[in-house]
Ligand binder design. Structure first.
Ligand code: ATP
Ligand code: MG
Length: 324
């Protein structure tokens, strides 16, 4: 099983859709004599780094997650001040930026990690700002001698960006006497310490399992500077996420369909394996399938924009959840 390796599109450039990206560069260098003076106000760092559009986008595009957004703003503030201190020669060591993202499935961990990578890149804490997402299988080999090359290969890919290790606790299997996961952890520890000026590691997973994992691996735990906890979404937040996702795909609910989806979520949340925003996305995908079948059945009907974009009540209520 291979987790996807992916990069943020356009991470090394300004995001084209953000309004501030259109603003002219602050001080275009005209020659060697025109080297800009180092920033000495927060405003200057913000302007030079263009980090604010990313923070604004995070605020705008993600529903809820208030504590997570606040923590990210705090971290950004810390890094901006750190830059100003550096400019005055006040600090020699790169700050530790390794993080843990804990929360249930579908609470936005991967999405926020992508944004975090971009923020770190814009503020100059990593060169490239891409995100490499892996799980145990990408790091740990099956046979003796296979783990170190695998782990090092992944680290090489992630260098200059963020290494996101999903369900990180699977790296540690105390029940296996000589588990190769331990080897991967030891290599990670070294790199987290020695190359922290160009690689940020984010360990993600369920909160309780991560807590146990950290207790058994104090070396790792002590290298994590920021713990972010992602809460489950409330009913109203899930509805808002659904509306956001639908709008993004150019669909909409009829008022009855909206009501039905609200009821759907109440039932779905009470079932096992509910995965927050991920379950919302999956449910909407199935509703779109039903809408397509419904429209497909009538060969002669002229399908105008309203017909093609509207999910009606039947598209929702046909779900298994409402049966029986
Ligand atoms: N607060 C939110 N607002 C809008 N969309 C969201 C929000 N949180 C998550 N999503 C969407 O839900 C989906 C799942 O989110 P994401 O993959 O980031 O969650 P995750 O915590 O990494 O889940 P998993 O544990 O399953 O990997 C994505 O399509 C994402 O865009
Ligand atoms: Mg994820």
């Amino acid at each position: 099983m291979n987790a996807p390796l992916y990069a943020i599109p356009g991470a090394t450039k300004a995001v084209a859709t953000s309004p501030a990206a259109d603003a002219p560069p602050a001080a275009p260098p005209t020659g060697p004599a025109a080297a800009p003076a180092p920033a000495c106000t927060v405003a200057e760092v913000l302007r030079d780094s263009q980090v604010e559009p990313v923070l604004a986008e995070l605020d705008r595009e993600l529903i809820g997650l208030a504590p997570v957004k606040q923590r990210i703003r705090d971290i950004a503030a810390l890094l901006v001040i750190d830059k100003l201190r550096l400019n005055l020669g006040l600090q020699a060591q790169a700050p530790s930026l390794h993080m843990s993202f804990t929360g249930n499935p579908g609470t936005g961990k991967t999405t926020v990690a992508l944004r975090m990578a971009e923020i770190l890149q814009r503020l100059g804490y990593v060169r490239k700002g891409h995100l490499v997402a892996v799980t145990r299988d990408d790091l740990v080999g099956q046979y003796i001698g296979h783990t170190a090359p695998k782990t090092k290969e992944v680290l090489k890919k992630a260098m200059g960006g963020v290494l996101f290790i999903d369900e990180a606790y699977y790296l540690y299997r105390p029940e296996n006497e000589r588990d190769y996961g331990q080897e991967a952890i030891e290599i990670l520890l070294q790199v987290m310490e020695n190359q922290r000026d160009d690689l940020v590691v984010i360990l993600a997973g369920y909160k309780d399992r991560m807590d146990t994992f950290f207790k058994s691996n104090p070396g790792l735990s002590s290298r994590i500077a920021h713990h972010l906890d992602f809460p489950d979404y409330a009913q109203g937040e899930l509805m808002a996420i659904a509306q956001r996702m639908l709008a993004g795909m150019a669909y909409r609910f009829t008022p009855d369909a909206r009501q039905a989806f609200d009821e759907y979520l109440v039932r779905r949340r009470a079932q096992p394996h509910f995965a927050n925003a991920r379950s919302v996305r999956n449910a909407l995908d199935r509703a779109r399938l039903r809408q397509a079948s419904r429209l497909f059945a009538d060969r002669e009907r002229v399908l105008d924009e309203a017909a093609l974009t509207t999910l009606d009540e039947s598209d929702i209520r046909a779900s298994r959840i409402f049966q029986g």
